[in-house]
Design a protein around this ligand. Structure first.
Ligand code: GLC
Ligand code: CA
Length: 556
């Protein structure tokens, strides 16, 4: 059952991932099949038809990527892995996993897993051994360094989740590096045994039928081997803000603790292993905290020349800022930098404020959300939809009692953490816990204002808009593979073209809350805008009229 990857043979091309629409599932919050309050793999299987039933029903998603479900003490909800080759009992068993791959492939949904290779859990056997003394077989598998003569940590590096990036281990009389929690020690990628062990992890899941990986914090693997201090950021310079509050690192330029130029060699190493399997793909998370253009450039560096990652996404579109100029800049600069690489876009994920809450979209919340989703599905590059965007999931204002995320616990109330974007999926407005399970209190409250049954019953919902747009994408090749060209930027409206040899499409969006009328330099022959969209543009006498938060798609 596990080797079900042959379903696709003949039907999909080598670069299937360029035309695929991805959907990110946070398994803990998707569907709880055994009513213990925690979402699980069987829950995901039960809900696959919602994504794509293989017969034209469901949203029409082509691939899922799942946040980690490997054995973990859950200090960072699975991003602290204590065994890379098994399933945490919270989420199910390896048999459940094989069934998930089988059922997904049956529906022509590809399966991508989240690999956390920068760090393991401190409960991983490798670290348990490594920390005991300086001579054991895993002694060099993590990043160990001597204290300064005064006993302080080896340098000034800070952890993303607060405090120093170093924790002292009395057994070794040394510090170990952790860019995130102390429970997430960084692996030493400079050690070839570590790289080989991680390669075996990659092969383990490849052989189980997986179609690709999302690589967690893929720009953190290398660190400065001289352990030089990170320089202080000059006052008044503003690093890129992600969808969450500024993190404590933003006072420093983190050039020695991450984003190392030599990191790309480790990526090349991984790519060679990915290439052992046909039609395999990878998506790197490149979360640089430097300026916008530096970030986009870094993201592009990871995907050029066919020897790096297949795709990478930065935090540029996960920012709080969103308007036509910003959007146009991010897209245009990416296009300029990426050369032979392939872009990848996501507007939300499990680390940042839900899009409908994050962007300042005034009185037009649903309109803005739908316009952004349609833009996401119109760009050149692979789009990733975050679970719940089809029901306009909004950020939940978590209370101190409800907090689960270590980041929120550490920094409350300055940073409230990421729980608010990880709520249970609302399947059914009439069922207990909105249909997430059958009544046991979920790990986070089930409290979205809209549920899937309601979204399905309402013809102009984001659910119907996405579903229709995914059909339009399938029948209009320029939306998948067409070249991008900016046409105009005017009055907070952005107009661009997607063009193949045989087809030219025009896409326009109005980011403002006022109506706009635009004189188009191209003649539109046919309106292809999804009919479910309320805020849709229309053409009259060579002018495009775009309502507030409106979107338009036309054939030229
Ligand atoms: C990535 C993950 C995030 C996690 C962190 C540490 O940024 O997306 O959820 O906390 O890495 O693994
Ligand atoms: Ca469960």
């Amino acid at each position: 059952m596990s080797n079900s990857n042959n379903f696709f043979n003949g039907s999909l091309s080598e670069d299937w991932w360029k035309s695929a629409v991805f959907y990110q599932i946070y398994p803990r919050s998707f569907c709880d099949s055994n009513n213990d309050g925690i979402g699980d793999l069987r829950g995901v299987i039960n809900k696959l038809d919602h994504l794509n039933d293989g017969n034209g029903g469901g949203l029409g998603i082509d691939a899922i990527w799942l946040s980690p479900f490997f054995p973990s003490p859950q200090a960072d909800f699975g991003y602290d892995v204590s065994d890379y080759c098994d399933i945490d009992s919270d989420y199910g068993t390896l048999d459940d996993f094989d069934k998930l791959v089988f059922e997904a492939h049956k529906r022509k949904i590809r399966v991508v897993l989240d690999l956390v290779l920068n760090h393991s859990s401190d409960q991983h056997d490798w670290f348990k051994e490594s920390r005991v003394d300086r001579t054991n077989s895993k002694a060099d598998w993590y990043v160990w360094a001597n204290p300064k003569p005064n006993g302080e940590p080896p340098n000034n590096w800070l952890a993303v989740f607060g405090g120093a990036a170093w924790t002292y281990e009395p057994l070794r009389e040394q510090y170990y590096l952790h860019n995130f929690l102390a429970e997430q020690p960084d692996l030493n990628w400079y050690n070839s045994e570590v790289r080989e062990a991680l390669a075996e992890v990659v092969r383990f899941w490849m052989n189980r039928g997986v179609d690709g990986f999302r690589l967690d914090t893929a720009n953190y693997y290398a660190y400065d081997r001289q352990l030089r201090d990170n320089p202080k950021r000059p006052a008044g310079s503003h690093p890129l803000e992600d969808g969450q509050e500024a993190n404590p690192l933003s006072g420093y330029i983190t050039k020695y603790s991450k984003d190392r130029p030599e990191n790309i060699e480790f990526i090349h190493f991984l790519r060679k292993i990915f290439d052992e399997k046909e039609n395999f793909t990878s998506i790197g998370e490149i979360g640089s905290s430097e300026g916008l253009e530096e970030t986009l450039k870094l993201g592009a560096d990871y995907v050029r020349h066919g020897d790096g990652l297949h795709m990478a996404y930065t935090f540029a579109m996960l920012s709080k800022e969103m308007n036509a100029e910003y959007f146009g800049h991010v897209v245009g600069f990416t296009e300029q930098m990426i050369e032979d690489g392939w872009p990848c876009w996501s507007l939300s994920n499990h680390d940042c404020t839900r899009m409908v809450t994050r962007f300042n979209c005034f009185a037009e919340r649903e309109g803005f959300q739908q316009m952004m989703l349609l833009l996401l599905l119109s760009l050149r590059g692979t789009p990733i939809i975050y679970y719940g965007e089809e029901v306009d999931m909004e950020e939940y204002p978590i209370t101190k009692e409800e907090l689960r995320d270590p980041q929120g616990i550490r920094f409350w109330p300055d940073i409230k953490g990421r729980d608010g974007c990880r709520l249970p999926f609302p399947w059914d407005s009439a069922a207990p816990n909105q249909g997430f399970n059958t009544g046991k209190k979920p790990w986070l409250p089930a409290k979205n204002s809209l549920s899937l049954d309601q979204a399905q019953a309402y013809p102009e919902s984001s659910y119907h808009v996405i579903k229709e747009m995914l059909k339009i994408r399938k029948t209009n090749p320029a939306l998948q593979k067409g070249k991008f060209r900016q046409i105009l930027l005017e009055g907070d409206c952005f107009v661009f073209e997607r063009k193949t040899k045989d087809q030219t499409l025009l896409i326009a969006a109005n980011f403002s809350t006022e109506n706009h009328s635009i004189k188009l330099p191209l003649k539109v022959e046919e309106n292809l805008t999804p009919q479910a969209l309320k805020h849709s543009g229309s053409i009259k006498n060579e002018r495009l009229s775009l309502p507030a938060c409106g979107y338009f798609l036309g054939k030229v």
